[in-house]
Design a protein. Structure first.
Length: 577
C-alpha cells in the first residue's frame, strides 16, 4: 500500500476511510461523494476531517472558518481530501449570570461527542480541530484523544486588548465596572465608554482566562503546533499556521504518529499543569486536564494537579492577577518562552513528543529567553508556587480550588452565609446586603446539583467591583471563570447534591481558609458535623428533561473531571487500522 505522497504507508496501515469507498457494495457511497463534487482521484486519497466551532454566537469563534479553510488547503497539499464540518459553541460571556450558564460545561461533552460521531460515522483518517471559546478547546482535545486518529489542534486566537484611559483593558474590566457603578465608584457614562472599548476585535478574551490557559495547555501536551497559542486571532500569520496544521496532520498519517494517546501521557499532563501554574492560569484547567486524561485511559485527578501546582513557581505576570495579556506573551516569543523557563528550572519533562516530531525540550530550547517582565526566569519568580492551589479539609475532603495569583492575603476566617443558588447570592450582592468578613457559600451548583456546574464571574466581578474582592470569601461547588479574582474558592468536592460537607453548612458557622497550609475547614465539632449528615436529605428537584437530565444522570465528580463515560473507548474492531 502506498502512502499519501507515494511513500510506503507506515507499518502497512490501512486507511479507515476505505470502508466507505472500496468495493462493489460501496457504489451508493461513492455516488454520495460524487454528489459533493469529489473525483476518483479525491476519493482515492485519505479523508481528513476539519472541524471548527465557527459561528456567530461568540466573538471567540468568528475567526475559525477562514482558518479551517486554510487547513483544508494544507491537507490537500499534503495529499489528503479535507472534509469540513462544524460543531457547537456556547458563549460563556453571553450565558453568564443566568440559567443559560448550565449549558456551558455540558457543551464540552456535546462537542467531544459530536466530533466522535462524525469521525466514526464517516471513518475519517485524521482530524484538524479549531476551537475558540472556553469549553471548545478541551472538548475538541477530548475528542481527538478519544478517537486516537492522527490529529492537530489549533486555537483560534485571542482578541486584541482594548485601550481605555491610557491602559489595556479586557472584558473583565467591564464586568468589574458594573460592581463599581453599583458601589458609586464609577459613573454609568464611564461604564458605557469602557463597554465600547474593552473588546475591539473578534477573538477570545485576552487575559490568562480559560481559553488562553487551555491554548497553552494544547502546546504543552504536544497536540498543537508550537507558536499557535498566543498569536492574536486577527493576525494574518494565523492563515499560514492553519495551513501548516493541515500539512502536519498528513505527515502524522504518513508516519503513523505520534497519535494523541502517544502525546497525552502522565508526563505531558504534568507539563500542562506546570504551564497553568506558571502563568496563573484558569482554575478550569484543573477540571479539563483530568477529563482529557480520562479519554486516554489515564486516571489524573485533582490531587495529581495539586502536586504539580505545589512545586511550580508563578513566573508570568498575566491578567487577571497581573498586568499583561496574550498579545504581550506573543510579542516576547509565545508559550515556548514559558516552556523554556520551566525547562531550564527543571520543572517540566523535556522528552515529551509533539505533533511536529520535535520534543518539548526542542521547542523550549529554540525559544527566546524570558523578558523579565511578562515572563520571568524561575529564579526570579513572582511566587514560589503556582497561581492556583488545591485546598482540602473537613469542608472539602476531595478538594477545592483557589487562584492565589494576585491575592494580597491568603488566609481568611469568617462566619458563613448560605445561599442555595447563584441567583440568591446575586440578589444579595446587587443589594449590597452582605458584610465584610463573611464567607458567602453558594451551593447546589455542582455538576449534578446545578446541573451543569455554572461559572460565576458575574457574582465575583460585582463583588470585586464593589471594592469587596478580598474583604469577603466566596465558596461554591460550582465553577469560577478564569477571569475571576479575589478570595473565591470553587469546585468544592464532594458537591452538595452528593451530600458533601458543603451541604451541611448553616448560617453563622465559621470557616477558615488557609492557602499557605492548603486547608479549608468548618470550625465545628466532628460530632456536630456527623449529626447534621445523619439528618441531611437530598433537596427535591423537579423534572429536567432534555440534555440536562441526561447530563445529571451521567456526570461524575469535579475532582475527576466531571466526565460522562467510562473512558474505555475503542474503535469498532472492523474499523481498526
Amino acid at each position: 500500500m502506498e502512502g499519501t505522497r507515494g511513500r510506503p504507508a507506515a507499518a502497512g496501515r490501512r486507511l479507515r476511510s476505505r470502508v466507505t469507498v472500496e468495493g462493489l457494495d460501496r457504489a451508493p457511497h461513492r455516488a454520495f461523494l460524487r454528489g459533493m463534487g469529489l473525483s476518483d482521484e479525491a476519493m482515492a486519497r485519505p479523508f481528513i476531517g476539519v472541524v471548527s466551532t465557527h459561528g456567530e454566537v461568540t466573538p471567540c469563534s468568528m475567526t475559525l472558518a477562514p482558518q479551517a479553510g486554510e487547513a483544508k488547503i494544507g491537507v490537500a497539499a499534503g495529499g489528503g481530501t479535507p472534509r469540513e464540518f462544524t460543531t457547537i459553541s456556547v458563549s460563556d460571556g453571553l450565558s453568564m449570570n443566568h440559567l443559560g450558564m448550565r449549558m456551558s460545561l455540558v457543551s464540552r461533552e456535546i462537542i467531544a461527542d459530536s466530533i466522535e460521531a462524525v469521525v466514526r460515522a464517516h471513518a475519517y483518517d485524521g482530524l484538524v480541530g479549531f476551537g475558540g471559546c472556553d469549553k471548545t478547546l478541551p472538548g475538541i482535545m477530548m475528542a481527538m484523544v478519544r478517537l486516537n486518529v492522527p490529529a492537530v489542534f489549533q486555537y483560534g486566537g485571542s482578541a486584541l486588548p482594548g485601550r481605555w484611559r491610557g491602559r489595556d483593558v479586557t472584558v473583565l474590566d467591564a464586568y468589574e465596572a458594573v460592581g463599581a457603578v453599583m458601589a458609586g465608584k464609577m459613573r454609568e457614562d464611564e461604564l458605557a465608554e469602557l463597554e465600547r472599548a474593552c473588546l475591539p476585535t473578534i477573538g477570545s478574551c485576552g487575559g490568562q482566562f480559560t481559553a488562553n490557559t487551555m491554548a497553552m495547555v494544547s502546546e504543552a501536551l504536544g497536540l498543537a503546533l508550537p507558536g499557535s497559542a498566543m498569536m492574536p486571532a486577527v493576525y494574518e500569520q494565523r492563515r499560514a499556521l492553519a495551513r501548516r496544521a493541515g500539512e502536519t496532520v498528513m505527515k502524522l498519517l504518513d508516519d503513523g504518529g505520534p497519535l494523541p494517546r502517544d502525546l497525552v501521557t502522565r508526563k505531558s499532563l504534568e507539563n500542562a499543569c506546570a504551564v497553568v501554574a506558571a502563568t496563573g492560569g484558569s482554575t478550569n484547567a484543573a477540571l479539563h486536564l483530568p477529563a482529557i486524561a480520562h479519554e486516554a485511559g489515564l486516571r489524573f485527578t485533582l490531587d495529581d494537579v495539586a502536586a504539580v501546582l505545589e512545586r511550580t513557581p508563578l513566573i508570568a505576570d498575566l491578567k487577571p492577577g497581573g498586568r499583561f495579556v496574550a498579545k504581550d506573551v506573543y510579542e516576547i516569543g509565545g508559550a515556548a518562552v514559558v516552556l523554556r523557563a520551566l525547562l531550564e528550572g527543571g520543572f517540566i519533562h523535556g522528552d515529551c513528543p509533539t505533533v511536529t516530531g520535535a520534543t518539548i525540550a526542542d521547542v523550549a530550547r529554540a525559544a527566546s529567553a524570558p523578558d523579565g517582565a511578562v515572563v520571568r526566569a524561575t529564579g526570579q519568580a513572582l511566587s514560589p508556587t503556582g497561581g492556583v492551589v488545591v485546598l482540602k479539609g473537613n469542608l472539602c475532603p476531595d478538594g477545592a480550588l483557589l487562584k492565589v495569583a494576585g491575592l494580597k492575603e491568603v488566609v481568611f476566617e469568617g462566619p458563613v452565609r448560605v445561599f442555595e443558588s447563584e441567583e440568591a447570592c446575586m440578589a444579595a450582592v446587587r443589594a449590597r446586603s452582605y458584610a465584610a468578613g463573611s464567607v458567602m457559600v453558594i451551593r447546589n451548583e455542582g455538576p449534578k446539583g446545578g446541573p451543569g456546574m455554572r461559572e460565576m464571574l458575574g457574582v465575583t466581578a460585582l463583588i470585586y467591583g464593589q471594592g469587596m474582592g478580598e474583604k469577603v470569601a466566596l465558596l461554591t461547588d460550582g465553577r469560577f471563570s478564569g477571569a475571576t479574582r479575589g478570595m473565591c474558592i470553587g469546585y468544592a468536592c464532594p458537591e452538595a447534591a452528593a451530600g458533601g460537607p458543603i451541604a451541611l453548612l448553616k448560617d453563622g458557622d465559621r470557616v477558615r481558609i488557609d492557602a499557605r497550609a492548603r486547608t479549608i475547614d468548618v470550625l465545628i465539632a466532628d460530632a456536630e458535623l456527623a449529626a447534621r449528615r445523619t439528618a441531611w436529605r437530598s433537596p427535591a428537584r423537579g423534572p429536567l428533561g432534555g440534555v440536562l437530565e441526561k447530563y445529571a444522570a451521567a456526570v461524575g465528580p469535579a475532582n475527576l473531571g466531571a466526565v460522562t463515560h467510562s473512558g474505555n473507548v475503542q474503535w469498532i474492531p472492523d474499523e481498526s487500522p
